[in-house]
Write a protein that binds this ligand. Sequence first.
Ligand SMILES: *Cc1c(COP(=O)(O)O)cnc(C)c1O
Length: 394
Amino acid sequence: MNQPTWGESTLALRTGHRRTSEREHAEPIFTTSSYVFESAEQAAEFFAMENGEVNIYSRFTNPTVACFEQRLAALEGAERAVATSSGMAAILSVCLAFLKQGDEVVCSRSVFGSTIGLFNRFISKFGIRVHYVPLQDLNAWADACNKNTRLFFAETPSNPLCEVADLKALAALAKQKGCRLVVDNCFCTPALQKPLALGADLVVHSATKYLDGQGRMVGGAVVGNDQDMTEVFSVIRTTGPCMSPFNAWVFLKGLETLHLRMRAHADNALQLAHWLEAHPAVKRVHYAGLPGHPGHALAKQQMRAFGGVLSFEVQGARAEAWQLINATQMLSLTANLGDAKTTITHPATTTHARLTPQARQDAGINDALIRIAVGLEDIADLKQDLQAGLDALI
Ligand SMILES: *Cc1c(COP(=O)(O)O)cnc(C)c1O
């Protein structure tokens, strides 16, 4: 039902809604757990369909959730999306769909903390090995492969240092090794980066972040081709981490403004990055939008803008970083990101606190590092909230 010629803003507003006989303008929320059949014959016929073609039960399909799935798939340029109860449920369902005992995974060492927890504490129980490699070191990815390798897993730009992976090169290597490349596109969203167009096989999302964009709901999705998504759909249908229709409706409203919001997040982040870089209390700013960032040229090729997350090191160590964080009045001190309200956090003692000191050092996360997920406030107010704390450090 999409017009093939529609631009992305139109797709984000119009895809997937089949108006009911009530002639509603906004998408309805179908709060029903099951659906009725017209006859015993129809029930038998529908139960024989296994790929979500018809509504049977809301663990399998739900019209509001389906609308969100179609809209997200259209934006990622994919054949199909399957919604999940959270971003972690999306990653788990990819593991359950494509890995079995004896298989191996190569994963960037700079991925979301719970992703590492999922691999090390749970997926490992099924005899599946995960090798961690530096995100940008293609030789390390190649060296970690063997005949059992089935999945590559990456996130770019990385959290919190904004390292940029060459997705085309990684996809080519995955293909050569006969495995699927899975990209966690949570930091960019399809508004800024389309991993499938660069050769990735599957995209996973935490919809909790920018797809919602206003910090209201937890949800996720997997996006890919029809054949792969049939497997993912079977996992969700059978094991149960499906998205609630109410959450899907909130994410639909989020998608409607995604392109505008992502531009605005990136504009604010770029301005803040330049401003921080010029302050004498700041030692270094990590943001791919800065010309001096090692991933800048690559990011320019594969991203439409550089995203909303940046990090920076203050002169000093933990005491100075905490002093600056505590001096802010407006910014929200929380580890969440992808919210219209700006958030600030100290990665070494929050999001990355569970790493060993050596692993933190290897990942380049030192005690002077602060991460900001830049929101949509006026840039002057963001600067003002950081100014006094920064001035106090010199
Ligand atoms: C938050 C996040 C996740 C996990 O998503 P949930 O919705 O919290 O389960 C996965 N990957 C990245 C990059 C994230 O930021």
